[in-house]
Design a protein around this ligand. Structure first.
Ligand code: ASP
Length: 437
């Protein structure tokens, strides 16, 4: 059994958090590959090391001294070192770093040091072998991860050392230079490490007990999702849920490796398990995995008696495409169809779109409704049960929510309803309270 455990910035923010990480690692000998982010905020008014390093680079490029910032960073490392009784020479390392800084210092090189030093400290504390990401995460000339080379290097490092610790967020270009990933990129490093080592589980330790079933700003204290498939997660993310970025989980998703989101501050919580295929035998009443939604859509309804749906719909879609108005949903009736598109994405092109539809499709009528919100109930278990949509619509109707459009994906993973913006939060609460809570 092999687990790759990635700890995010808040999980490694200070000595206290380092202790929690150690007890998590020691609780399970399968956790033999560890990836860390740079130390994050210890409290709401604290700073992430990565932000401080970006600031430092900005100072450098304007020729302003960044000594104070470097001092703050050194203080963070020294404090962890001293509190945990480690040997790491924070002062010496930072002096070396400062001596090499100039206006020409690459921003990627500098900000990668947050992960680099945090990982050095954590490796010493855990007694794991530090493996620099510059030696095991490789980019190609195109700036994309060179998967073959990266897979080989990480697998070899694990085979050679048994228990390894890799800094997240950066890697090396073929030119030898350091390149960082997008913000939050340590998630990618963790996924690469899990894929490279064929891990049984990729654990992503953060400060929440998993992905919540609904937005906590709308539903008070929503439950975390116990199990979700990658396909469901994609639907939830598409509908605006704040979940891990799809690119970052691609390496584990491709290999069918389960991803477990866990809470460093509540290590006994099971978190959310993301799997390729869910083998759900439990017949519990809860058939919704999660609820998500977005506001501000426009519905264009085209009516034309005896239309040739293929031709007319096709013409309308071409028009939408021409104006770069993404079509998010389509509903089709005998003599009409409706296209749903993001209002902001369509912008002022709406008037041209309507004019072109009138000219090309020659409809009997075209109607526009804006201020529409889409709310999706996502759940792999919905397809196997009859009567689900009826129950959802009834619950919304009983709460006085007027449904303007309905769409169900062909894979029956999600039922999406269009409601007025003003009913957005009510719709989410009704669905959560009635079917998920
Ligand atoms: N430290 C980087 C950031 O703040 C990467 C990460 O945390 O994953 O974005």
């Amino acid at each position: 059994m092999l687990k790759v455990a990635k700890f995010g910035g808040s999980s490694v923010a200070g000595a206290e958090q380092f202790r929690k990480v150690k007890s998590i690692i020691e609780a399970d000998p399968a956790r033999r590959v560890v990836v860390v982010s740079a130390a994050g905020k210890r409290s709401a008014d604290d700073h992430k090391l990565t932000d401080l390093l970006y600031l430092c680079h900005a100072h450098l490029s304007y020729g302003v001294s960044c000594d104070d910032i470097l001092q703050t960073i050194e203080g963070r490392f020294a404090e962890i070192r001293t509190e945990l009784g480690l040997r790491f020479d924070a002062e010496g390392e930072m002096k070396k770093l400062a001596a090499g800084l100039s206006r020409d210092t690459s921003v990627d090189e500098l900000v990668s040091r947050g992960e680099y030093y945090t990982a050095r400290l954590m490796a010493e504390y855990l007694g794991y072998r530090f493996v620099d990401a510059a030696d095991c995460v490789f980019f190609g000339y195109d700036g994309q991860i060179d998967r073959d080379r990266t897979d080989r290097a990480i697998a070899e490092a694990l085979a050679a050392h048994g228990r390894i610790l890799i800094p997240g967020f950066y890697g090396r270009l073929p030119t030898g230079k350091i390149k960082v990933m997008s913000r939050g990129g340590s998630d990618i490093t963790g996924a690469l490490a899990a894929a490279a080592t064929d891990a049984d589980v990729y654990e992503n330790w953060t400060d929440v007990s998993g992905i919540l079933m609904a937005d906590p700003r709308i539903v008070p204290d929503p439950r975390p999702i116990a199990k979700v498939t990658y396909a469901e997660l994609r639907e939830l993310a598409f509908m605006g849920a704040s979940v891990m970025h799809e690119d970052s989980i691609q390496p584990v998703k491709d290999k069918g490796i389960a991803l477990n989101i866990r809470n460093t501050n509540r290590p006994d919580d099971p978190g959310t398990l993301i799997v390729g295929e869910a083998d759900d035998r439990d017949e519990s009443e809860r058939f919704i995995t999660g609820i998500a939604g977005r506001r501000n859509f426009t519905i264009i309804t085209v009516q034309k008696r005896d239309m040739n749906a293929n031709a007319t719909l096709c013409q309308a879609l071409e028009i939408m495409d021409r104006y770069h108005a993404p079509v998010e949903h389509i509903t089709l009736g005998l003599d009409s169809f409706a296209l749903v598109s993001g209002s902001a994405a369509m912008g002022d092109a709406l008037y041209d779109v309507l004019a072109d539809i009138r000219k090309t499709c020659r409809p009997d009528n075209v109607r526009v409704q804006d201020e529409i919100a889409l709310v999706a109930a996502v759940g792999r278990k919905m397809s196997s049960r009859p009567g689900i949509s009826g129950r959802l619509f009834k619950a919304l109707g009983d709460a006085g929510v007027n449904i303007r459009t309905i769409a169900q994906g062909a894979d029956e993973l999600a039922i999406t309803v269009g409601v007025e913006n003003k009913d957005f939060e009510t719709a989410i609460r009704v669905l959560y309270d009635g079917f998920a809570g």
